[in-house]
Design a protein around this ligand. Structure first.
Ligand code: HEC
Ligand code: HEC
Length: 300
């Protein structure tokens, strides 16, 4: 090493020392060395100033980007969206439902309280046309819905805002296609068939009530019915039938009601009894008629 390089080294050390300790530069070393050091100190402090400005700018930029990406912007928009839905839903509710369910959905003599029934109950009742009820009856019938999907969502948002409750289930087609039909069938026969019958065509219950046919029910409505238990139907909660199994039941019901009848005339899918009856009446009855006809011809 040359003396010059040594000097430079020493210089470097001194510099890092000052930078490290943050203390004032060591004063008083005279001559060429001192000037060189001074020049170098100026350039490093300039560089340092420039780089800290750059870091500051980058930091600000990153904060700005992160703010726009993550921070309240999006949430604020969706929160005000849902507030708007609740507001619209309340207006629809006051107009179409409050006469029976009360101004604050607390219930009245003509309709039960809706606090805590959840968005699922509203979506089920209104999308199947059961609500708004036209007049008191033993049981609300399925009808064409009078509210649009958007309005139903707004009504549901309003009722949900009053006290929570079961959410509207989200079922996608792939989940339905992939569902285990055999498991769904097992659960259906164990839990639903006693009222809705083996092939979901429905049947009368007591006191003018009836378990309706499930022909027109969508998968969403089937799960909503399980979760909310309309009228005399029991509630099937998450613990009895979990989410995956509920989708399997829905898939099975859709399969039952959509499946073609490879055997031809399905006779309303009432099962072996009407089929046997038809065989006796038409089949044996027909044979008897033919026999009688032959007998009558031979007498002559
Ligand atoms: C003429 C009176 C009447 C009107 C109007 C009416 N309802 Fe009902 N509602 C009832 C009665 C009675 C029941 C209970 C009997 C039943 O479920 O069939 C009921 C039940 C319900 C339920 C089920 C509650 C539960 O415990 O699961 C929901 C949800 C509901 N109504 C929502 C509505 C909404 C939303 C509207 C307005 C679009 C509306 N109703 C309009 C009388 C009414
Ligand atoms: C105790 C009898 C009973 C049992 C058990 C029962 N239901 Fe129901 N279900 C009913 C009645 C009654 C209604 C009609 C409710 C109304 O009109 O408000 C109904 C309505 C429904 C509807 C609505 C159909 C429509 O017209 O839109 C569906 C879907 C449904 N049930 C599915 C099921 C499934 C799935 C199960 C089994 C997990 C089940 N039910 C078990 C009695 C029953």
């Amino acid at each position: 090493m040359t003396a010059d390089a040594d000097e430079a080294d020493a210089d470097e050390e001194a510099d890092t020392e000052t930078a490290g300790s943050g203390a004032k530069p060591v004063a008083g070393r005279p001559g060429l060395l001192g000037r060189r050091r001074a020049r170098r100190r100026v350039s490093t402090s300039q560089r340092r100033r420039r780089s800290s400005a750059l870091v500051l700018a980058l930091g600000l930029l990153a904060t700005g980007v992160l703010w726009t990406l993550l921070a309240p912007g999006g949430n604020a928009a969706s929160a005000s969206d849902s507030n708007e839905a609740v507001r619209q839903g309340r207006a629809l509710y006051l107009q179409g439902c409050s006469t029976c369910h009360g101004l604050g959905a607390q219930g009245s003599s003509t309709g039960p309280s809706l606090i805590g029934v959840g968005a699922a109950a509203v979506d089920f009742q209104v999308s199947t046309g059961r609500m708004p009820l036209a007049a008191p009856a033993a049981q609300a019938d399925r009808k064409a819905p009078i509210y649009s999907d958007t309005q139903i969502a707004q009504l549901a948002a309003y009722i949900d805002s009053l006290g929570g409750g079961p959410e509207i289930p989200k079922v996608d087609d792939t989940a339905l296609d992939d569902a285990a039909l055999s498991k769904g069938g097992e659960l259906y026969r164990a839990n639903c068939a006693q009222c809705h019958q083996a092939v979901a065509q429905g049947a009368p219950l007591t006191y003018g009530k009836f378990a309706p046919s499930l022909d027109g029910s969508t998968a969403t409505q089937i799960i909503e019915a399980m979760r909310t238990g309309p009228e005399s139907m029991p509630v099937f909660g998450d613990r009895q039938i979990n989410e995956e199994d509920a989708v399997a039941v829905a898939a099975y019901v859709r399969h039952l009601t959509d499946a073609p009848s490879p055997g031809g005339f399905s006779l309303g899918k009432y099962g072996p009894v009407p089929e046997g009856l038809l065989a006796i009446l038409v089949g044996i009855g027909g044979l008897l008629a033919v026999c009688l006809w032959i007998g009558a011809r031979q007498k002559r």
